[in-house]
Design a protein around this ligand. Structure first.
Ligand SMILES: Nc1ncnc2c1ncn2[C@@H]1O[C@H](COP(=O)(O)O)[C@@H](OP(=O)(O)O)[C@H]1O
Ligand SMILES: [Mg+2]
Ligand SMILES: [Mg+2]
Ligand SMILES: [Mg+2]
Length: 352
């Protein structure tokens, strides 16, 4: 398809180009930090989850690129990080480090000629405080999803989605440590395949992958396994109720051991057919955040898959910063979804 035809067929072509550019640049910053991460680069948030200089740097770069590339668009962003902890007296050194990381990443790219001050960095972070909701357009950003995986040297994703009138219409996932072709070696870079992939989708236009460093985009599709005995499933490495997911897998007759991976790289791997099912069941009372699912879920649905809550409802991204949903999230193909939902209900009933 020529570029002109693609623009005509995709009403979000400009937003997609900007989002891909933003995520690619942010992923470059993350790669540099992951290679040499120090304990002093990591902070603990009020909820005791970790945040690193790269989470902040990625969020700053993405909001900057989106504003530069889409100057005529109004800007609203629902993002994970904010400047609160960086405004404290003891955070000055880390703020300086983030500022220089952002400026070095910009300087190493030919696109922009600018330099940010510490105040610019703080202001850019606070551009992500939108509540989102059912009307208008809102970017949804997780600057590093899977921070724990990032710190460990494993999988993580830079995840950017666009909400339009309450629906996710675009998603981009930068997965610097994920090979773009089907392989089971998810946690390493030992396969011969291209490692470092950019996944993207816009509503009605399918899902594609290209190398993070740039290559011809390839269409991706979810696997067509229709017998659960032949299926494998993904779950979170850090946040999964393993007793429940293993009970679901047993009911389905799944033979393969679970593939445990950090971040929305799971959605990307599923969308390119590396496995058949993603089960996400966290502890009771945990409220899922929209930025942990927006980009990944549209990439799976545009690759031909389905993403539902435990009751079989679509995910509702229109309720603000949290997902309004029944317990659990299930992503799989349309053949397996009814069987998985049945097994999920049985496993939940037995648990009570
Ligand atoms: N107790 C919990 N249960 C479920 N998810 C949690 C959690 N604590 C944190 N998370 C979320 O899980 C995300 C990582 O996903 P995964 O578990 O698939 O690797 C985290 O994203 P961040 O790393 O962006 O903070 C965070 O939002
Ligand atoms: Mg976090
Ligand atoms: Mg996250
Ligand atoms: Mg995050």
């Amino acid at each position: 398809m020529s570029q002109l035809t693609e623009v005509a067929a995709n009403p979000y072509a400009d937003e997609l180009a900007a989002a891909k550019k933003a995520v690619s640049l942010a992923a470059r910053l993350c790669q540099r930090v992951q290679q040499g991460i120090l304990q002093s680069d990591i902070q603990s948030k009020a909820d005791r989850t970790p945040v690193t200089v790269a989470d902040y740097g990625s969020q700053v770069l993405i909001s900057l690129v989106l504003k530069k590339e889409l100057p005529s668009h109004s800007f609203s962003m629902v993002a994970e990080e904010d400047s609160e902890d960086l405004r404290k007296d003891d955070a000055q050194q880390i703020l300086e480090h983030i500022t220089s990381l952002v400026n070095e990443t910009i300087a190493n790219d030919d696109s922009y000629n600018m330099s940010l001050s510490k105040e610019d960095v703080l202001a850019a972070l606070d551009g992500g405080k939108s509540e989102g909701g059912p009307s208008g357009r809102h970017w949804i950003l997780d600057p590093i999803d899977g921070t724990k995986g990032f710190i460990r040297g494993d999988q993580y994703a830079v995840a950017l989605g666009l909400l339009d009138e309450g629906k996710v219409v675009l998603g981009v996932l930068g997965c610097p440590n994920l090979p773009s072709k089907s392989t089971n070696k998810h946690n390493g870079s030992s396969s011969g395949d291209q490692v470092g992939s950019l996944y993207f989708a816009t509503i009605g236009c399918g899902a594609k992958v290209q190398a993070l460093e740039g290559s011809e985009p390839q269409k991706i599709t979810i696997c067509s396994v229709n017998n659960p005995v032949d299926a494998s499933f993904f779950e979170s490495l850090e946040h999964s109720k393993r007793d429940l997911t293993s009970s679901i897998a047993e009911k389905l007759g799944v033979q393969a051991p679970p593939v445990r991976m950090d971040s929305q790289a799971k959605y990307a791997a599923l969308a390119q057919g590396d496995g058949a099912i993603y089960l996400r069941f966290s502890g009771k009372g945990y409220k899922e955040r929209v930025w942990d699912h927006a980009a990944g879920s549209i990439i799976v649905t545009e690759a031909g898959g389905m993403v539902k809550d435990a009751s079989g409802n679509d995910l509702d991204f229109s309720k603000g910063r949290y997902l309004d949903r029944d317990r659990g999230i299930i992503a799989t193909n349309r053949y397996l979804m009814p069987m998985v939902l049945k097994a999920v209900q049985e496993a939940i009933d037995e648990e009570q």
